[in-house]
Ligand binder design. Sequence first.
Ligand code: NAP
Length: 285
Amino acid sequence: MTARLIDGNALSRQIRADVARRAAALTAQGLTPGLAVILVGDNPASQVYVRNKVKACQDNGLHSVLEHYPATLSEADLLSRVQALNQDPTIHGILVQLPLPPHIDAHKVIETISPLKDVDGFHVASAGALMVGQSGFKPCTPYGCMKMLESIGCDPKGKHAVVIGRSNIVGKPMALMLLQAHATITICHSATPDLAHHTRQADIVVVAVGRRNVLTADMVKPGAVVLDVGMNRTDDGKLCGDVDFDGVSKVASAITPVPGGVGPMTITMLLVNTLEAAERAAQMR
Ligand code: NAP
């Protein structure tokens, strides 16, 4: 079998075109959706992520503000910036790029973001809403994964999904979204004894570990759908995921590539969340 490629760039283009159309409609009503991105310090990867997010806003008719502070910024100063953005009517989404320098409590910062502007979906109010099935902002990466499944007509209902990784930003919300879509879920992590035993039973495998070749062809049931969230580098510096793409794509029925898979969808869902925050703000005017 040769797996169908789930193209995150192509799907992103479609969704972003809809975002741009809805953003233009809001702008015509005098309300341009606005995203504030806060970066503290000089982490090179964070600088690239932040640049890509700001550019995606600009390309699709959203207003964006990048606030870049030195790594010495105090926690108190960061909290007061977030509080000011909470009150700013031109800003509908606030994103604080992680990781933060060690002297700043990231949890405290995220909890200071208004849940109405929590477009990353990391606030406990958003996490709680997802847990109990209420509407709220969904974390962008797993949200993008759900859109990718939808795009290939893969309905999780009645399927067995295995999520490898249990972080608060990817693994846990991914499992909850699949559960909400009526899949049967197994969550695996670093203390799972026989990973392959679980993955071989899965109709859907989502891998979010951050290590190359966590999932190889012998661990995959023929015909499974495989979503690769991981972002790693090969020995010669090329971007790659957690999945042995060449091997697994001969067994799976559909697979996401890295690059060009989940990565662009994460930014796309950030645009969707920001747009929806602005649409809600417009309704409350
Ligand atoms: P994380 O917080 O480090 O979590 C990694 C998870 O993998 C943990 O739950 C860990 O288990 C588990 N794990 C580690 N080794 C394992 C093993 N050998 N077998 C099974 N599970 C194992 O990472 P994250 O933030 O979720 O991100 C995961 C990956 O996705 C990273 O490569 C990251 O760069 C990437 N990512 C990509 C995007 C995107 O847009 N494409 C977005 C976010 C993240 P324990 O909990 O037991 O430690």
